[in-house]
Write a new protein. Structure first.
Length: 134
């Protein structure tokens, strides 16, 4: 498939915290599939450093999807909380919880879910996964 995304993101940092916000447009083409879609949404993120090696992050996303080959529209919302810890220059661990809700005109893909994640990262250069993965 081919996905084209146009996004604008504003980032700002103040001392121990930083945040970002921005809209995006996305078109996904599965080459004449019922999953071809147009999407627009907004992403918000905030991270607060509790100490030099410990941080907490909040994220929220909202998106509207229109499927081009079938009569289907989705309204997606997600919110999450992550706790990240750097326990050496190269090693990071991130534990998170997110709530996701997809309100769809197709009952087969209408869902609400809670997701728990655990992410372990090794970076020889010592780069933070919370800054590079999002």
């Amino acid at each position: 498939h081919v996905a084209n995304t146009f996004s604008i993101r504003y980032n700002r940092g103040f001392g121990a915290h930083d945040w970002s916000a921005g809209p995006y447009l996305r078109r996904v083409d599965y080459f004449s599939s019922i999953y071809d879609q147009k999407q627009h949404g907004l992403r918000l993120a905030f991270r607060f450093a509790l100490s030099p090696s410990l941080g907490v992050a909040l994220q929220a996303t909202g998106a509207e999807s229109e499927y081009t080959a079938v009569d289907r529209e989705d309204s997606y919302r997600a919110a999450g909380l992550d706790l990240d810890s750097r326990f050496s220059r190269q090693w990071w661990v991130v534990a998170g919880f997110s709530y996701r809700d997809n309100d769809s005109t197709d009952p087969a893909v209408d869902f609400t879910e809670n997701v728990v994640t655990l992410f372990l990262s090794y970076s020889p250069g010592g780069r933070s996964p919370s800054r590079s993965a999002r």
